[in-house]
Design a protein around this ligand. Sequence first.
Ligand code: TMP
Length: 215
Amino acid sequence: MTRGKFILIEGLDRAGKTTQVNRLYERLSPNSESMKFPERSTQIGGLINEYLTNKSFQMPDQTIHLLFSSNRWERQEYIEKTLVTDKKHIVMDRYVYSGIAYSLAKEVDGMDFDWCFGCDKGLIRPDMTVFLVNSKSNDNREGFGKERYEQKCFQEKVHEKFDITFQKLATKDNTSPVQIIDVTDKSITEVEELIWKVVEPVVGAKSASNQLLRF
Ligand code: TMP
């Protein structure tokens, strides 16, 4: 087998991403790893965690954006090793699209799409992204509101910015497609099957080489 495939699951807060990442990871096991961003266990991740969980911990919007991106950069070597050397698939919970969409939603002067994307340019790109959309609000999910960005009107703005980000980062040859899956009123198993339907052809396809895609 050539390299493993990089599958990313994106969505708003409490959209059920983590459950689905675990389900997909188990389905691909033992030939898979699951990862998430922010990766809170590193020093940079610790600062991000403090920012998210302690609303009185202040930091400029630019700084936290760059920290989220740095957090992705510090795990690139590991991602490359997992995909290319270990030939394992990666199932990822959040990545570049979250980084851009959440920062754009803050609508800070000067932090436009190009600024937000600049620091992520060159990161390893997923082979497929699945975006979970719930047309009903997620604000009744257990735990919603605990972290900084979990506010209904902010989440609506983030959704809009995700759409813009997907459009801007689409590849002409569709080498790194984004599949939108509506999870409204669906059970965990139903969503799992919908995800598998789009992911199975990607993980089943042989890569022509070990070459990774890049943003
Ligand atoms: P989590 O709930 O998936 O751990 O994500 C924590 C929060 O961080 C969530 O509200 C989304 C936000 N986030 C960003 O703002 N920028 C990023 O680059 C990432 C990965 C997450």
